[in-house]
Write a protein that binds this ligand. Structure first.
Ligand code: IVH
Length: 669
């Protein structure tokens, strides 16, 4: 900094930037800058404030922990301040921390190194062993009351066998990488905005005013700290972790204990590589002094303890060149540009392709073919362009425009008002839409036909054995055995699987048709409310919107789909082939075996997945609820049950294991 004025200006600028970044990260769960950029700006501000303390703002972001309790939730005053951590970015900073902590000590202190889970801090309060309160960190003093949302997380015990009259546990709620990818895929399907990474997805899921939304997100948890305890006494971090595990909290197995600074650094180096193999995101490692009495001696600043430090991984970003943009046509006719890049190693894999989403994304980034770009992986999985490097341009870069005609069928491309997507207008015969629709029809999200994946569908289309979904049900053994990669056995298996799908519940067919905005969950609601395809087809917009989950956009999409003659023709062809369209449900309506019964599921069942058990219950007229109450009719019990089991016992709710459940279904048929 050249002079006071420059320093003051920069301090104000950094203060504003960091406040905005805090707001985007903590309050809106939608970060505008990367964590690394944030940390670097914060460091710059800390250094400037040290040199020019007279310019420090009273509410400087360097003084306090990020968020504040947001609107819509009650407030919880934490039992003790929830501090943040100091950061280290290299070996020197780690060794300096270890050496400082060891100075003047006769015996070298022991350190515990733990993965730093990239999620959302949660604080769980247990009074006499009962889970009574759950909060976010907020500003470190006051957090948001998210108790009801936390109760939907299976891993959080509702009761613990503790001697402590009060136990306050700190942990990190997160979404596993795979669950994050699935959630975003569902959101893309429902045309909802995507989450930038698993952390935002976890935060967005927990900070929901409606706990039912939280319940549908597969949130997980790791606990790593006891913020406050009364009635018990523990002396070390290792004892904390063991105790938490004994009490039934999820505790991360990954940890390293050592007194040796070099060994600690080696562990950090090895773990930096290993992190991509973990099923969850971590953004660093936390290095903590084990002995609690030593921690007390060292104390804390207002923001962070002196007995712990976070090693933050350098950002996983790579520079590469965009070589070309290819446009793919999806099953709903949406044109998606995809970039091909010079292959680079990134977060454990070679990356050479990334979706460029839509034309707006390309325009916003001013991305041109031939540009050098920075790419990263969202949630360690999905490659994405972060920014363009205009300084590397040589003038030969080409501006991309969306094609005016469909690259697959030559039909006109249209863009509806208010939509980011361009679509091929040929909904009935665009080969790409047909192929993608068939792939979706047969997929797990739709009719779930075993052995009928993208490769087989492409083969069947190429051989002109099928043109649309109804043709699948006319396939013959003689035709299949002629095809490459098919033997008599695999052909028979495929035909059996196709035949079996005729008996699928109505929602599978509805979801498999690939109607815009109608995914599996909405399809189930529609099937439940209308019972038959015929009734659904005849429903008016008002009747559709009378259902809580169905809004005007979904209603329009359904009406529009049923209004197309080719769609109606497909439905009657499928009906002719004998596909179940809900008729029997109509006959039994009102008199289904489990009408009026509410089930709660806990633990893993030996043969049924949670979805399959839910489908069986719902098809038989029953309901599935996420929490036990006096009104629950049955608890369906699997292995490693959660606290619902104890609650069911205490409320004397009848408990069924999978066999009993099957018997119940059979006896009522
Ligand atoms: S220890 C006062 N251990 O990282 C010390 N924190 O930047 C308490 N985090 O919001 C924190 N994994 O919630 C600790 N194994 C771990 C952690 C961890 C994730 C979070 C923590 C805090 C952030 C600090």
């Amino acid at each position: 900094m050249q002079n006071n004025l420059d320093a003051q200006k920069r301090i104000v600028e950094l203060t504003v930037l960091l406040k905005e970044a805090n707001d985007a990260y903590y309050m809106k769960d939608s970060p505008q800058i990367s964590d690394y950029e944030y940390d670097m700006l914060l460091r710059e501000l800390e250094n400037l404030e040290k040199q020019y303390p007279q310019f420090q703002a009273a509410d400087s972001p360097t003084k306090k922990v990020g968020g504040k309790a947001g609107g819509g939730f009650g407030q919880i005053h934490h039992a003790a301040p929830l501090l943040s951590l100091m950061n280290a970015f290299n070996k020197e900073e780690i060794l300096s921390f270890v050496n400082k902590a060891s100075q003047n000590k006769e015996e070298k202190p022991t350190f515990v190194v733990e993965p730093k889970i990239d999620g959302l801090t949660v604080v769980l309060t247990y009074e006499n062993g009962v889970f009574t309160k759950g909060a976010t960190r907020g500003d470190g003093e006051i957090g948001e009351d998210i108790t009801e949302n936390l109760k939907t997380i299976k891993q959080i015990p509702r009761f613990i066998p503790t001697q402590a009259s009060l136990l306050v546990v700190r942990g990190e709620a997160y979404l596993a990488k795979g669950d994050f990818a699935r959630l975003n895929a569902q959101r893309e399907e429902a045309e909802e905005p995507l989450f930038a990474n698993p952390r935002n997805a976890a935060a967005g899921s927990l900070r929901q005013l409606n706990p039912e939304v939280t319940a549908q997100r597969p949130l997980k948890l790791f606990c790593y700290d006891i913020v406050h305890m009364e009635g018990i006494s523990l002396q070390t971090q290792q004892a904390y972790l063991t105790y938490l595990q004994e009490m039934g909290f999820p505790v991360n197995d990954e940890k390293f204990v050592s007194k040796d600074p070099e060994a600690i650094w080696q562990y950090i180096v090895q773990f930096t590589e290993k992190r991509h193999q973990l099923p969850y995101d971590i953004d660093g490692l936390v290095l903590k002094i084990d002995d609690l009495s030593l921690r007390e001696l060292l104390g804390s600043t207002i923001k962070a303890p002196r007995w712990a430090i976070a090693y933050k991984f350098p950002p996983e970003e790579k520079e590469t060149q965009l070589l070309s943009i290819e446009v793919n046509v999806g099953r709903t006719g949406v044109l998606t540009p995809a970039g091909t890049f010079i292959p680079v190693q990134l977060a454990g894999t070679t990356v050479s392709h990334a979706s460029l989403h839509n034309e707006d994304f390309i325009k916003e980034k001013d991305l041109r073919i031939g540009d050098w770009v920075v790419i990263h992986k969202a949630g360690d999985i999905i490659p994405e362009v972060v920014r363009v490097l205009p300084e590397k341009r040589n003038g030969k870069e080409q501006i991309f425009t969306m094609p005016a005609i469909c690259p697959e069928c030559g039909a006109k491309v249209i863009r509806f008002d208010g939509e980011a997507a361009h679509r091929c207008s040929n909904t009935s015969s665009c080969p790409s839409q047909i192929r993608e629709s068939l792939i979706h029809f047969a997929s797990k999200a739709g009719m779930d036909i075993d052995g009928l994946g993208p490769a087989v569908i492409t083969q069947l289309l190429d051989e002109k054995l099928i043109h649309h979904a109804a043709d699948l049900y006319d396939l013959k053994l003689e035709q299949l055995v002629e095809l490459d990669r098919f033997a008599e056995k695999s052909a028979k298996n495929l035909l059996n699987a196709i035949d079996k799908s005729k008996k699928n519940p109505l929602w599978r067919l509805l979801a498999g048709l690939g109607i815009r905005l109608i995914g599996g969950k909405v399809a189930k609601t529609l099937a439940k409310n209308f019972g038959t395809m015929e009734r659904l087809e005849a429903a008016t917009s008002e009747e559709l919107q009378a259902i809580a989950e169905i809004g005007p956009k979904m209603a329009d999409s359904l009406l529009n789909w049923f209004a197309q003659p080719q769609n109606r023709a497909l439905l009657s062809a499928l009906k002719e082939k004998g596909l179940f369209m809900g008729e029997e449900i109509l006959k039994k309506e009102g008199n289904l075996p489990l009408t009026g019964k509410t089930f709660v599921l806990t633990g893993t069942l030996p043969h049924l997945t949670r979805e399959e058990a839910t489908a069986l219950i719902e098809e038989a007229g029953g309901k599935v609820s996420s929490s036990i109450s006096k009104k629950t009719s049955y608890l369906l019990l699997g292995e490693e049950p959660g606290s619902k089991y104890e609650k069911a016992l205490s409320l004397q709710i009848p408990i069924l294991e999978e066999d009993d459940f099957r018997q119940l279904l059979a006896s009522k048929e």
